[in-house]
Ligand binder design. Structure first.
Ligand SMILES: [Fe+2]
Ligand SMILES: [Fe+2]
Length: 183
């Protein structure tokens, strides 16, 4: 009797996968199948973390200054953005740890590591404009990171895509505020 044709070597067989998972158990979420350059991804994520931290500080400053000049609607928008940037920073820091890296929260050199700048702004319009510039920079750099990662680290990419979508909303909110003030 002819032997049954061997199963298609479609995916790495389960036994091999299990053995691999056990062998590198100390690597946590990072498996041998991880296809990205881990050190580079961690470095990129730390730059994104610095960017988010600088954005939190800038939005907080703008929130308190806008509150002081009775621009409540705009102040609330700044506060909401600050809170959302904090959420992004937390997601990124958690992912760095999953990748066996260390999130860099060192205040020294923070502004240098960040893509976006900390600009105080003299008026409400200046503040909104500076925030819009920072959001546009964030949008560019998240887009670049997503394209770099491609299919090599899908979880990181999906996280970054979620953040990118929110930065786009932020930019949109800010341009609406500017239009509203110009009217
Ligand atoms: Fe953000
Ligand atoms: Fe943002």
């Amino acid at each position: 009797m002819a032997k049954a044709a061997p199963a298609q070597p479609f995916l790495t067989d389960v036994k091999t996968l299990r053995a691999r998972a056990r062998k590198h158990i100390e690597d946590g979420a990072v498996t041998a199948g991880y296809q990205a350059d881990r050190a580079t991804v961690i470095k990129l994520l730390n730059e994104a973390l610095a960017t988010e931290l600088v954005c939190i500080l800038r939005y907080k400053r703008h929130y308190f200054m806008a509150s002081g000049i009775n621009a409540d609607a705009v102040a609330q928008e700044f506060l909401q953005h600050a809170t959302e940037e904090q959420g992004h920073a937390d997601l990124i820091a958690a992912r760095i740890v999953q990748l066996k890296g260390e999130p860099d929260f060192n205040p020294e050199g923070l502004a240098m590591r960040s893509h976006a700048e900390y600009v105080e702004g003299d008026s409400l319009v200046d503040m909104i404009k500076e925030d819009l510039v920072a959001e546009r920079i964030a949008i560019e750099s998240y887009g670049e990171m997503i394209r770099y990662i491609g299919d090599k680290d899908i979880s990181t990419r999906r996280m970054l895509e979620g953040i990118l979508a929110m930065e786009e909303e932020h930019a949109d909110d800010l341009s609406s505020l500017l239009e509203g003030l110009a009217r």
